[in-house]
Structures are given as structure tokens and as C-alpha cells.
Design a protein around this ligand. Structure first.
Ligand code: SF4
Length: 495
């Protein structure tokens, strides 16, 4: 009999995604790069969990960070007292689980198990997650009657004053959480859990399993750099809009790198263009963009927004995950070639959307094209601002007709092999203006980093010196985005 590996819900969920992921998490934890995104996801989940507990003010929190033995004995005592429990912890047959909320039923000895998620709908993998908990709790002698999933109700409008559930005067409910009783769908899965445990242990006792194609399903796997280290320089996934089926067909024909594919195999014109450029090893700039750009009047504005989303809204009148703008950068180009810069950033922690809109209207004046990269995003933010601040709707809506989207223009006229199938500004910029590469920015290098910096900056616990560093990093990052658009327009226009 070999080593008997201890398991937890997160390990079983890793196994559920990909046996190799579980194996690597135990035998090769060193090959995970530091991943800040996971921290942000965790922070969102924590907020949501804390707010969910407000529904049971008499509940007992089992210290999740203390010694395991203490959590286990506290849980036993609290179960006996029949009070609602948060982070109730049990270990059964070497499998450790914690339940977000256990609620004693009014009669009898059973409990309802409440799992709290920050998603806005019920996902399959969440059912597996609940099945593992319910099965282990049952094995530990805790009778679970109902399995209930609390997830975020995206229609919730925050009324302010820390209120996350209210009955409106018209009798309708406005609640941050939607609840779904998933007992009927989870119970059949529970019968499979003992088999998962056996298989997970067998996996851990064996050699490293083969790779699967679940690397982003249901979550991005942190071992991708390790598993795909030997991937070809231009994998088939570089072909734009290629589906899994087409990749399988091409792989089956023996092609692993885009450069392997001969002429006449790809029927999609964009994929064929990418293939040709990649094989040629140098960029291609097609005619057409120049005329479109030369037709633009002056002054020309180059605009970019940064937005923030909160699972638990913090500003009155806002919804969960609503994209709320807190920063913009604008470069203005005159016919003479002179370029000036204006910007807006609000790190006060108050709702920034009104001062954002007022400053934007003033900076953009009454005429001149406004160049953006992905008009869908900027256009949506402007429309939502107009809805939110009705007195500013007319000047905000007037901006929409002036938007010029450089993304489709670039996609139709420019490709460089180093873009590897992406026309994101971060993929394009290093190929046309290496001196402006985002990697040269210190603290904030992408939209996710900007959101994290913003969250930290508005946290009252953040020291003033740190806030100043974040302020500068955010201004450099957003300013770089619009500087990039000026260079891109100049490049495509042949300047
Ligand atoms: S990167 Fe993909 S193959 Fe590798 S462990 Fe993760 S899910 Fe499995």
C-alpha cells in the first residue's frame, strides 16, 4: 500500500478539471508562476462571502486561518449548538472541506448547505463543488437536507447604506443574491464523489498524467506555461477564429505550427493571410487604411477609458459588475502635427462617474473625430453615463457620432507575425513602436492591473505615499494607451 494522499475540495476540483492539474499541484507546485489575477478573484469572492453572512446575524464564524484541529473542534461544538455556521470545517476519510454557510433546519437534526458564489448564474462546476461538500459532510455524520446556491443577482441596484436586501414600496425584492435550490441536480453527483476520491488518489500515486484540453475550462489553469513550454512558436491557435474542430483536423494532418501549413489548405481569407505573413516572417500593411485615415478631420482626439467592476456594489445606484469608468486619457492632434495630452483620474473613492463625464465633455469639445480602439467598449460606457446622468445625456450622446474605431481598420490592413493572431493594442504596439512597449511600465501594464491598482488606491487603509505611486502608475498606463493610438494612426496612415 503506497502513500495515502490527503485531499481537499480544491484538490478534487483541480482533479475534476484535469487529473494532471491535481498531480502538478501536489508534485510540482514550483511550476506555477505568481498569478495576481487569482488574488483579484479571491478578493471578489471574499467580499461576496462576507456580505452573504449578513443574512444570518446569529451565525458563528469558524476561524478559517487558525489551526485545523481548532477549526474541526469548533465546528463540532457549533454543530451541537445548532447555530448557523460560517466556514464549518470537517475532515472525513482524509478529505477536508469547508462549507460557506450551514443553516440548521427549524425542525429535526438536519442542516441546509448554502454555497456562495460571485458568478451571476449557476455553473456546472459549482454543482460538482457542492456535491463534494455535501458528500463529505454526510460522511462525517452531518445530515444535509437542502443544497442551495447563492449567486449574484445582476439586476440588483445598490440602495446605499450597506443595504443588500430590501423590499421596495411596490412589494418587489431588491437583493444582491439570487438563491437556487440545487438539491435535485446535486444529489445524483454525490454518488460519484467516492469514485472521484479513489481516482484522484490513484492519479497522485502514479506518473504525471497526459495533458487534456481543459486548460481554460472551467477556470484558467495556472500550469499552462509549464504544460505548453514546448508548444510551437506559432501554434495553430494563432489562426484567427479557428475552432477546436478545425485545430483537430489540422493537427490530424500533421501540422503543429502555422508555418507548416501549405498553400491551399485554409479557406478562411484572414487565416490564409496570417499564414502567409507568418511564413514570410515580416509584417504586411495593406493599402486602404491610409485613405481612411487621411479623410479624418482635425483636431483628432485619441481616447481610452479605464473602468472598475465590483461584485458587491459600493456606490449608490450601481449594479453588480457594472463597468464604471474612473479614468480617461486623451491625446489631441492638430493639423500642424502638434500633440497635447489631457487626462482624468479620480482616486477619492467616491463615485467618479459624474466628474469623469463632465471633464470628458469639456476635453473633447464640439468637433473632431474621436479615435478609440474597440468602439463597442467606449461607446457602451458613454451610453451608460448618459443614462446615469440624464442632465448630461445630450453632450454625451453627441460624442457617439464622432467615434472612429481603429481596431477594425487595423485588423483589415495590418498584421505582423509577432501578433500571433491577436489585434489587441498590446499585441500590435510592440510591432510598430517597440519604444512604447507596455512591458516597460512598472506597476500597471494591463487593464486587470489598472483595476487592482484602483481598488488598492481607494482603500482607506492605503498609505498616502503608496497611493501616489499608484496614481502615477495609472496615469502612465492609460496615457500609454492613447499615445499608442497616435502612433498607430500615424503608422497606418503612412506617416
Ligand atoms: S495546463 Fe492544461 S493540461 Fe496542463 S495541467 Fe492545466 S489543464 Fe491540465
Amino acid at each position: 500500500m503506497g502513500q495515502r494522499f490527503g485531499l481537499s475540495k480544491s484538490k478534487l476540483m483541480a482533479f475534476w478539471q484535469c487529473p494532471r492539474r491535481l498531480w502538478l499541484s501536489v508534485h510540482r507546485p514550483d511550476c506555477v508562476p505568481a498569478d495576481e489575477t487569482n488574488d483579484a478573484v479571491l478578493a471578489i469572492g471574499t467580499d461576496v462571502g462576507v456580505v452573504a453572512r449578513l443574512g444570518w446575524p446569529e451565525g458563528i464564524l469558524i476561524a478559517p486561518d487558525g489551526p485545523l484541529e481548532a477549526a474541526l473542534s469548533q465546528t463540532r461544538a457549533a454543530l451541537a449548538a445548532r447555530r448557523p455556521l460560517f466556514e464549518a470545517t470537517v475532515q472525513q476519510d482524509g478529505v477536508l472541506v469547508r462549507a460557506d454557510i450551514l443553516v440548521p433546519r427549524p425542525r429535526g437534526k438536519a442542516f441546509d448547505l448554502v454555497e456562495v458564489k460571485s458568478s451571476t448564474s449557476v455553473k456546472d462546476y459549482q454543482l460538482a463543488d457542492i456535491a463534494i461538500q455535501a458528500q463529505v459532510f454526510a460522511g462525517a455524520g452531518v445530515s444535509v437536507k437542502r443544497r442551495v446556491l447563492h449567486y449574484i443577482n445582476s439586476a440588483f441596484i445598490y440602495p446605499g447604506d450597506q443595504c443588500y436586501r430590501e423590499i421596495r414600496p411596490d412589494g418587489t425584492e431588491n437583493s444582491l443574491f439570487a438563491a437556487e435550490d440545487v438539491t435535485a441536480v446535486v444529489q445524483p453527483l454525490e454518488a460519484e464523489v467516492p469514485g472521484w476520491i479513489v481516482e484522484a488518489r490513484r492519479t497522485l500515486a502514479g506518473a504525471m498524467p497526459e495533458m487534456t484540453d481543459s486548460c481554460d475550462d472551467p477556470y484558467p489553469c495556472p500550469y499552462q506555461a509549464f504544460c505548453h513550454a514546448d508548444a510551437p512558436e506559432y501554434p495553430l491557435s494563432c489562426l484567427p477564429r479557428i475552432g477546436a474542430g478545425a485545430i483537430e483536423v489540422l493537427s490530424g494532418a500533421g501540422y503543429t505550427d502555422v508555418r507548416d501549413i501549405p498553400e491551399g489548405v485554409l479557406s478562411n481569407p484572414t487565416q490564409e493571410w496570417v499564414r502567409q505573413v507568418t511564413r514570410a516572417g515580416r509584417f504586411d500593411r495593406r493599402p486602404g487604411a491610409r485613405a481612411a485615415l487621411r479623410a479624418l478631420d482635425y483636431p483628432r482626439y485619441y481616447l481610452d477609458f479605464e473602468t472598475i467592476q465590483f461584485a458587491v456594489p459600493i456606490w449608490r445606484g450601481t449594479r453588480p459588475y457594472e463597468q464604471l469608468p474612473f479614468q480617461w486619457s486623451c491625446h489631441r492632434e492638430e493639423r500642424s502635427g502638434t500633440v497635447s495630452h489631457t487626462e482624468f483620474l479620480d482616486l477619492s473613492g467616491a463615485d467618479p462617474t459624474r466628474p469623469f463625464a463632465l471633464a470628458l465633455i469639456e476635453a473633447l469639445g464640439a468637433k473632431g473625430p474621436i479615435c478609440v480602439y474597440n468602439q463597442g467598449f467606449e461607446g457602451r460606457v458613454i451610453r451608460e453615463l448618459a443614462t446615469r446622468h440624464a442632465d448630461l445625456a445630450a453632450p454625451l450622446t453627441a460624442l457617439l457620432a464622432r467615434l472612429v474605431d481603429l481596431l477594425p481598420l487595423t485588423r483589415a490592413h495590418y498584421y505582423h507575425p509577432a501578433m500571433k493572431g491577436s489585434w489587441s493594442i498590446k499585441a500590435v504596439l510592440p510591432t510598430i513602436a517597440p519604444d512604447l512597449d507596455y512591458a516597460g511600465l512598472a506597476e500597471v501594464q494591463d487593464g486587470g492591473g489598472a483595476q487592482e491598482a484602483y481598488r488598492e488606491a481607494i482603500d482607506p487603509a492605503t498609505a498616502p505615499e503608496r497611493k501616489k505611486v499608484l496614481d502615477e502608475a495609472l496615469r502612465r498606463y492609460c496615457g500609454r494607451d492613447t499615445q499608442a493610438l497616435v502612433r498607430l494612426a500615424s503608422f497606418l496612415g503612412g506617416g
